[in-house]
Design a protein around this ligand. Structure first.
Ligand SMILES: Cc1ncc(C[n+]2csc(CCOP(=O)(O)OP(=O)(O)O)c2C)c(N)n1
Ligand SMILES: [Mg+2]
Length: 755
């Protein structure tokens, strides 16, 4: 590492460290004195002993300068309101080496300090302009090719850079999932959209490596490799020694990762292109060749603070700042440029200034472009829905032969069997869907040989084998990371979460990640999936809170997510078809809440009446998103809106109400909890004399609130209305559980109250 003369930094005690860093580069070049070699030709080592050749160095240097000047431009134009993001890449420009040494078809999940990586990857497709594309993103322009002006993200469809959110470490599980998917696709005969020997690249900061979501991915990667299964992911830890203002203990990254079994550690000096290149190359080649999870510890530094709003001078000593600024990798690159004889001082400074000009010109151009100006524009890519195509796909039944093989002949087709209950019919529907979609995979905890805790998935593993139906490690975050990975590679994942309480444990993988991908990529990337979750209460006093969690709230407000909840087997089968069609056709992320307490329910009114078993719908029958089921449609004395366990409960209560109050009762099963079908609710409410909303979830922010809002907004606020709802509490064990959940008697009592 070449130190810059101390006097240089000492002259700049200014508040604006971006200006200081900028000036440092210029003065460093002007004052540089050293031996100048005979300039190497393209193909010759840039410096003796370096693996990097002259052309490679020139291009990397250019990428580094583009990245630096984008940062400097953003700091200047932010205050003029022309740029809306100032987290930069300064000090991390060595990551351009990772881009150069990988392919543009290696899916990349990038740290926010990836300006130089992007500039370098842009070279891989002639005609693309990293400066203009980045400027459009900084300016939140509608023309931004990454997100269409929705966020400043590093992303590109042609360059296989999937845009990431600001939540640190949240991208590691899906990066690993994508690596695993690359290999698994080949085992199930699925054609990948990228070459078979691709790897995934996943970069993040040193502080972020401590996050639970990062640790989850490292553990799962090692767990996979330990079993000799391939997982070609290149984790790139860009270690600048700090996270905002908190220093990473010196040596922590090496100490923590150097000797982790089944996570192969490599170090590279990201501050020095001449030395670092061979080190990065070793890591990339190891990952691609061995298909093992690889941890590249890339030494970086951070100049110009965490973001434009971080005035380091206010909380760090000036001596420390000088020292950091002296480690600026661009000063080392300048030394290589000059010492190698590739650039004269004037040529280097001209290149520096020309790059500055280019970045500012692009930013001014971007500022003049259109921005998002209407809500419709903003939301356009969030939740695409093409009803006719979804219906056609849901009802497509062109796999008759496969069905015969799966079910074992005509007589054993489920529609030819007697009526069955929910658990059986979900299992049958899943057999059907795995037969219909060769690219579908079903996975989760205990789902394979055991068939899940409630045996819903029993038999699938035997029929479709371990590459398509398999147990995962016990980690919901990783299950959902895997799902995103498979989806990224064009497969149709059906992840199972064992209980709703454990979805909450990993919620961000859907909330922050999967559900946001179409939005932040302007519809260019999609990660369709149907997440099945064993859900809700009423398990006859069994299980306590964590097996009876009734909070749908955390799912309902996730933008773009579809949530379905059946109350009976035939509906479940049709809903699953629709959800798979939504995933396949429109790339939607879907959740399917299976009411555990109804899995085995066969009777409705009396023990043995068998009235909660239904005929299996033939495979050409689907259901429209938002379509509810109405029982006793012409009744209007009382209309009960409900879902899930509430449906059979309301039907039983209706009998009692009819007997006691002589009212005719209509029961409306919503079936779709997000988005709620406001028009359908309004239509049902308008023809009601009295309304009851039966919501087994908790009182606050539950489905019932949405239903009542729709009723009031439809102008039916004057209709007498009561809500029967779960209490705002955790669910206790044993019989006490029924104290917190609505019961049949509560429904009847609420009806009396409406007299
Ligand atoms: C889950 C989460 N928690 C907190 C933050 C706020 N935050 C953004 S960056 C950052 C520090 C990250 O440091 P590091 O991983 O070392 O990356 P660096 O910025 O140094 O490159 C924090 C705490 C966040 N974005 N996400
Ligand atoms: Mg850091």
């Amino acid at each position: 590492m070449t130190a810059i003369p101390f006097a240089l930094g000492a002259r700049h005690k200014g508040f604006n460290r971006a200006e200081v860093v900028d000036q440092n580069f210029i003065e460093f070049v002007q004052l540089w004195q050293g031996h100048v070699r005979h300039a190497p030709r393209d193909g010759e080592a840039v410096l003796p002993g370096s693996v990097l050749d002259a052309r490679g160095f020139r291009e990397l240097l250019e990428s580094q300068l583009i990245s630096r000047h984008l940062d400097l431009m953003a700091r200047v134009l932010r205050v003029q309101n022309k740029v809306f993001y100032t987290i930069g890449s300064s000090g991390h420009e060595g990551n351009a080496m990772v881009a150069r040494l990988t392919r543009h078809t290696d899916p990349a999940f990038l740290h926010y300090r990836s300006g130089a990586f992007m500039a370098e990857r842009f070279r891989k497709i002639p005609g693309m302009d990293p400066v203009m594309d980045s400027a459009l993103s900084f300016a939140a322009s509608k023309d931004d090719p990454a997100s269409g002006g929705r966020h400043k993200v590093w992303g590109s469809k042609p360059l296989w850079v999937l845009p990431q959110t600001s939540t640190i470490a949240s991208h590691l599980p899906k990066a690993l999932g994508t690596a695993i998917a690359i290999e698994q696709a080949q085992r199930i005969g699925h054609t990948l959209p990228i070459p078979d020997d691709s790897i995934t690249i996943c970069s993040f900061g040193d502080a972020s490596s401590n996050h639970a979501t990062a640790q989850t991915a490292f553990n799962a990667a090692a767990w996979t490799a330990y079993q000799k299964l391939p997982a070609p992911v290149l984790f790139v830890c860009e270690d600048n020694g700090i996270g905002i203002s908190v220093k990473t203990p010196s040596g922590w990254i090496a100490n923590n990762y150097q000797h982790r079994a089944n996570l192969d550690y490599f170090f590279a000096d990201g501050l020095d292109l001449a030395d670092g290149y061979a080190q990065v190359q070793r890591a990339v080649e190891h990952c691609r060749g061995t298909r093992r999870p690889t941890f590249l510890h890339l030494k970086t530094t951070r100049v110009m603070g965490h973001a434009g709003t971080d005035f380091e001078i206010e909380w760090r000593s000036i001596e420390e700042l000088f020292a950091v600024e002296c480690s600026d990798p661009l000063l080392r690159s300048a030394t290589i440029a000059l010492a190698s004889g590739l650039y004269s001082k004037d040529e280097l400074l001209n290149l520096y200034e020309a790059t500055r000009k280019r970045c500012f010109a692009a930013a001014e151009d971007a500022d003049a472009r259109h921005r998002l100006t209407s809500l419709d524009e903003v939301m356009a890519p969030l939740a695409p829905y093409t009803p006719a195509a979804v219906k056609a796909e849901a009802e497509r039944a062109d796999y008759a032969e496969k069905r015969l093989a799966v079910f074992g002949g005509e007589a054993k087709l489920p529609e030819n069997l007697p009526p069955r209950h929910l658990a059986i019919q979900i299992g049958q529907a899943l057999h059907d869907l795995l037969a219909k979609y060769p690219q579908a995979l079903l996975f989760g905890e205990d789902v394979a040989q055991k068939g899940g805790v409630y045996t819903v998935t029993k038999g699938l593993n035997k029929t479709f084998k371990g590459s398509r139906v398999f147990n995962t490690l016990l980690d919901e975050t990783m299950i959902l990371g895997l799902a995103q990975g498979y989806a990224n590679m064009g497969m149709l994942p059906l992840p199972e979460i064992q209980y709703l309480a454990y979805f909450h444990n990993a919620c961000d993988q859907i909330r922050g990640e999967a559900a946001s991908l179409q939005f932040f990529s302007n519809g260019q990337y999609r990660n369709p999936m149907v997440m099945r979750v064993a859900s809700l209460g009423y398990q006859k006093g069994f299980g306590g809170h964590f097996h009876n969690d009734n909070s749908v709230t955390a799912l309902r407000d996730i933008p773009g997510l579809v949530v379905g909840c059946p109350s009976r087997g035939d509906d479940a089968a049709m809903m699953l078809r629709t959800l798979m069609a939504l995933a396949k056709v429109d790339g939607r992320v879907c959740a399917f809440l299976e009411p555990i307490a109804l899995y085995m329910t066969k009777d409705l009114y009396e023990p043995g009446d068998g009235q909660w078993q239904f005929d299996y719908p033939a495979p050409d029958r689907g259901m429209t998103l938002g379509e509810g089921r109405i029982y006793n449609e012409t009744a209007d004395d009382l209309v009960v809106f409900t879902f899930g366990n509430g449906v059979p409960m309301a039907l039983r209560a209706a009998r009692a109400i009819e007997a006691e109050l002589k009212w005719k009762v209509r029961v409306v099963d919503l079936r779709w909890l997000a988005p709620l079908n406001d028009a359908f609710i309004a239509a049902q409410a308008k023809s009601a004399k009295r309304i009851l909303v039966l919501d087994e979830g908790r009182k606050s922010a539950g489905v019932g609130e949405g239903v009542i809002t729709a009723i009031v907004e439809a102008g039916c606020g004057a209709t007498p209305l009561r809500r029967v709802v779960g209490a705002d509490t955790f669910t206790p064990l044993a019989g006490a559980a029924l104290l917190v959940l609505p019961g049949e008697a509560d429904v009847v009592a609420a009806a009396r109250d409406l007299r």
